[in-house]
Design a protein around this ligand. Sequence first.
Ligand SMILES: Nc1ncnc2c1ncn2[C@@H]1O[C@H](COP(=O)(O)OP(=O)(O)OP(=O)(O)O)[C@@H](O)[C@H]1O
Ligand SMILES: [Mg+2]
Length: 340
Amino acid sequence: MIVTIPNSLSPASILAFAAELDELPPADLYEFDFGRGRWFPPFSMLLLAIILKRFRDARPDCRCRARNHENHTYAAHLGFFRSFGLQHGNAPGAAPGSDNYVPITALAVEEIRREAADRWIEVGDVIEGKARELAGVLTRTDQGALFDTLSYSIREIIRNTVEHSEAPELLICAQYWPSRNEVEVGIADAGIGIMNSLRRNPSFAELDERQAVQTALMPGVSGNPLAGTGSDVWQNSGYGLYMTNRICRSGGKFMICSGHAGIQLTATNKTDLEGNLPGTAIRLLINTNRLTDLREQLQRFHEEGRRAAQTIRGANRNFASTASQMLSVDFQSDQIDDDF
Ligand SMILES: Nc1ncnc2c1ncn2[C@@H]1O[C@H](COP(=O)(O)OP(=O)(O)OP(=O)(O)O)[C@@H](O)[C@H]1O
Ligand SMILES: [Mg+2]
């Protein structure tokens, strides 16, 4: 049976393709036709790789073959084909990661935890280090509004997969196009999904998948029933997704898909998407023309979020600041450039 990969590789058409794959009748051989070379953005690459891997894993007894995959040199370079098991192109993480991109890269949660234990530091600190490293690869710098925005947002999304998804690993893929003033970051896990995680908090136990995805973006909303308590700076307070979606929406877009539900948000619009995805996938599209000092921005969102949280049922209304409301925890200092 020939299965044609959709012509448009937008997230919406890939999600629709995932639903089609579910409906395919049993066959001994599935031949996936990748068609002509075309625009293959990082998040779409992640989504398609996850969906094809799931299809493959669910049918251990049948054969899956690819055709026309040679037309996609960029995707092959970034580890796309190997990430779902086809021996073509680079392995995930193998491309050098120059030219402002991060190839499809798997981060193992266990390794992050082990590194934290070995170095006697918090898991959050290890994640912050990794996020800064990735933001550095994308921007070729270690300071400025774009670097801050990326390291903060990547840190918060990676933290979520480590703290909430129960998945053994996460995948990340990203690219910065300086000439287009745009950065795209995709981060995905094949974990329990937003609804199952949010339901651990009795206040959100009744939410369905779509309501859960929508609610998780609100300030103070956390699946962790202890959110907002204690004095640990890495304690959850329910602000990570609220802050990152607001940052992206100043001129860019934020997309989150989990299970059967997805949402895309821009400064003025909300679009519902039908999904069919194991776990959670997030796309950050950042317009680099619109970036302002992130510390000020976080402060403003933080204050607005706290006001809004007062009216959200089940939201954490504690006023203590935690990591998700701060630009940097481990690296936060008032150090002047010349000091050492
Ligand atoms: N990758 C994920 N997998 C499963 N659930 C998730 C994932 N990301 C977010 N969630 C759910 O969405 C909730 C809200 O996430 P958010 O980052 O806004 O807050 P938090 O992580 O609880 O707290 P904070 O970010 O302030 O530390 C989480 O508590 C969790 O229940
Ligand atoms: Mg969080």
